[in-house]
Design a protein around this ligand. Structure first.
Ligand code: FAD
Length: 493
């Protein structure tokens, strides 16, 4: 039987398994082996069991794990008594999304087994991959498995990052998830510094708040920005920010420039009648973070302007392809705007924004940019040297590395593949992949039809590698490409 290995068993792998059950298993039986050493099979780090205060940042209607059925997630919520959390005006708890992912993968596996396929889950870390006579062998510390015809890498992102080298300091919490374990020993009156001011940092604030924390909390990051607040969905059929238009412009101009993408974005904004000047103003806005949060919350509740929701939809629809096709020089231009883009493309839910705002107003919560250093004090606690310096008892890491890194658990595996020329490092991070199929591109520049990657490992190639809609869409492309390799479908161009 055709043998497929999926390495990593988080949400990306759940999407791949569901896509294989839909695209391949009804046609031909296959053997699938999923390697996942951690306790959060299918849920990964983000959707693991945790407190009710840990909210998804995206409404359920945008989190279907299967690309061919956008209603799949919403339907599951209704069928499982959670219909009130499936509306577009609310967001579910992340552990509930985790249950949905688990159930989706388990149902896919049951369907595959019913159709004659086998699925095995191995709780092992893969430390190397070897190719021998056209087949792959996975290796761990004292085991070897194979042979595999196909391998899909779903290795995830670096879980947490120790910017200030505090890992051996008492009072430092290196990993915020699950919050219900990470925060258990934080004294109620302690002053807490959180490294970062993005979505993970907001989760930590919500976790402390839910535990009745009474001490002061400082969010500290390099830029001192908070994510924007999610506005209502736009309900607009994209006409310009589509893969087809990106490909047409690329063909017509002999390449794609940043200015081409800006023109497509402007055309899309004009099509929905929004003000381009308003969007442009967001890129040059220097309003302090808390005032901006208040403005963003008002905008989310009262302003029906579809500008950012449309651009966010466009990012999901064609952001990966647009980034892929840009020249390196234009990629650097986008990078200069990366923080602003991410602020608006990955907004927080209004419910969290309202709670944050109350905490800022009460004086319990503060935010500072320009963090230069965080040093342990000889008497205990930490000095935060920043625009607004602080002395805190506890520091919690909630930040990502400035430059994407391969997660520690995956480094030996990726290094082994690199040493054999099976993968090549992408100059912007992660590894090189083919744009349409996500096939790994070898050192010799050949896209290998037997090796695919999904998720953060492709961040240099695609830039936008996170979020269920992006993962589900790419997982489907990968399953279709594997099906095509097996002769089940005509190959896509
Ligand atoms: C704070 C935060 C909030 C988010 N909120 C949302 C949201 O509300 N909605 C949304 O759609 N998206 C959200 N996202 C993004 C989304 O969750 C991620 O895109 C997704 O969780 C990534 O899943 P993954 O499977 O690629 O990675 P992971 O969940 O990291 O899984 C990778 C798995 O690979 C395994 N692994 C690694 N190396 C090896 C190896 N060598 N051998 C075997 N196994 C290995 C690991 O054990 C791990 O379980 C959020 C992200 C963050 C950080």
């Amino acid at each position: 039987m055709f043998e497929i290995a999926i390495i990593g068993g988080g949400p990306s792998a759940a999407c791949v398994v569901a896509a294989m059950a839909y695209r391949i298993a009804p046609e031909i039986p296959i053997n699938v082996t999923v390697f996942e050493p951690g306790p959060n099979l299918w849920r990964g780090r983000v959707f693991q069991p945790d407190g009710d205060e840990v909210l998804a940042n995206v409404p359920m209607e945008d989190m279907s794990a299967v690309a061919w059925d956008p209603e799949h997630g919403v339907r599951w919520f209704h069928e499982n008594g959670l219909g009130d959390l499936a509306a577009d005006t609310t967001v579910p708890r992340r552990h509930q999304v985790g249950r949905y992912l688990e159930d989706t993968a388990e149902q896919a596996i049951a369907a595959m087994r019913a159709a004659g396929s086998n699925v095995e889950i191995r709780t092992s870390t893969v430390t190397s991959l070897e190719m021998d006579e056209g087949k792959f062998w996975t290796h761990g510390d004292d085991w070897k498995a194979g042979s595999f015809d196909q391998v899909v890498l779903c290795l995830g992102a670096t879980p947490s990052y120790d910017h200030y080298k505090l890992s051996s300091s008492a009072g430092y919490i290196a990993d915020a998830y699950p919050l219900r374990e990470a925060l258990i020993d934080v004294p109620e009156q302690a002053s807490v510094g959180i490294v970062g001011s993005g979505l993970t940092a907001i989760d930590v604030v919500m976790g402390l708040r839910a535990r009745g924390h009474r001490g002061p909390i400082t969010l500290g990051s390099r830029n001192g920005h908070l994510p924007s607040v999610r506005q209502r969905p736009a309900r607009h059929k994209l006409q310009h920010l589509t893969v087809r238009r990106i490909e047409e412009v690329t063909a017509a101009n002999g390449g794609l420039s940043f200015d081409d993408v800006v023109e497509l974005a402007k055309a899309e904004l004009v099509a929905v009648g929004t003000s381009i000047a308003k969007i442009a103003a967001d890129f040059s806005c220097t309003t302090p973070a808390v005032t901006r949060l208040r403005n963003d919350l008002v905008r989310a509740m009262e302003d029906r302007d579809p500008g950012w929701p449309v651009l966010r939809d466009g990012m999901v629809a064609c952001g990966q392809d647009a980034w892929y096709l840009l020249s390196d020089a234009d990629k650097m231009r986008v990078r200069a705007w990366h923080q602003t883009l991410m602020r608006h493309c990955c907004p927080m839910p209004p419910a969290n924004a309202a709670l944050l705002l109350n905490m800022f107003h009460s004086g319990q919560l503060a935010i500072t940019g320009g963090v230069r250093s965080i040093l342990p004090r000889s008497t205990g606690g930490f000095d935060i040297d920043a625009e607004r310096p602080a002395v805190v008892d506890v520091v919690i890491s909630a930040s990502t590395p400035a430059k994407h890194e391969i997660p520690p658990a995956a480094r030996p595996l990726v290094a082994s593949m690199e040493s054999q020329g099976l993968v090549a490092a992408h100059p912007f991070g992660g590894v090189r992949v083919d744009r349409i199929t996500s096939r790994l591109v070898s050192r010799r520049g050949v896209a290998d039809s037997k090796l695919h990657a999904l998720g953060d490992l492709t961040n240099g190639a695609y830039l936008f590698t996170f979020g269920m809609p992006v993962l589900a869409a790419r997982a489907d492309c990968i399953a279709m490409d594997i099906a095509a390799t097996m002769g089940l479908f005509p190959k896509r161009s």
